[in-house]
Design a protein around this ligand. Sequence first.
Ligand SMILES: Nc1ncnc2c1ncn2[C@@H]1O[C@H](COP(=O)(O)OP(=O)(O)OP(=O)(O)O)[C@@H](O)[C@H]1O
Length: 289
Amino acid sequence: MSIVLSCDRLNKKYGQNYALRDLDIQLEENVIYGLLGRNGAGKTTLLNIIAGGIFANDGTIEVRGKKLDKGELPEDFCFVREKNKLFGGARLIEVLRFAANFHPNWDWTFAHKLLQTFRLDPNKKIKHLSRGTESLIGNIIGLASRASLTVFDEPVLGLDVLMRERFYKELLEDYANHPRTILLSTHLIDEIAPIAERVYIIDEGSLLLHEEMNQIRMAAYLIRGNSDAVSLFTEGKRLLHTESYGHGKIAAIFEKLNDGDRLQARKLDITIENLTLQKFFSYLIEGGH
Ligand SMILES: Nc1ncnc2c1ncn2[C@@H]1O[C@H](COP(=O)(O)OP(=O)(O)OP(=O)(O)O)[C@@H](O)[C@H]1O
């Protein structure tokens, strides 16, 4: 697999505070990544540095093996910002025409299909659109650009459930026919779980975890039972969180379990449940670095 984007030891300081600290990120060709982190974790800072909007104090960015100079944009790149700076007086179709100029793989048939899917009138002026509809325009640009490196910052913010589902469906269907590298930064962790193949989780500007979603699914568990039994079972395993109730205890672990573990769990009369990604994420962050 070839590396499309490589960020090496990125540091960004605002005054005395680090927004990013020695952050390493590598994105491979044709993979959908989730970028997760709580408020202020550094997600937007990272994306803005990749997009050349702000500069890192230290560290390098390489795109397809070529180091980016200060302010240089990656080639065949589309960045859908959380806050669009769209031209209020322009019509939607004019904004799409403008965006199409920057993307060599732009697909107009797909763009028109997306306008229909999202029930948007191409002749409507941007200033007459709702907040949610504005993010849909960014999403149409992000999808129809078919850029080999596409980055979405909070793409479904302000969208209702139906529109969110339509966006994810369009993204997955189009990705199946036109694979590319997609990075989705989001707060909606459980929504990203069926979409992203890998996740980067950052906290306080540093990398907490880079993992395949399948590996997380196969290793994130909630163990419940008698306190001593749970302690015995979790001994030597990566413990994310524990909570006691009466004589009982629950423990969240990040560890692949084998047949021997499951047999031991039955003997100890403890239950094993899958952890939701949301819970996994919050326990991981609570546990710190
Ligand atoms: N222009 C700025 N000046 C000073 N501090 C900033 C600036 N931009 C971001 N920060 C700080 O840098 C840190 C990272 O912010 P950033 O916006 O990158 O986080 P985020 O993960 O995108 O958060 P959110 O999910 O809330 O958008 C935060 O502590 C934030 O307060």
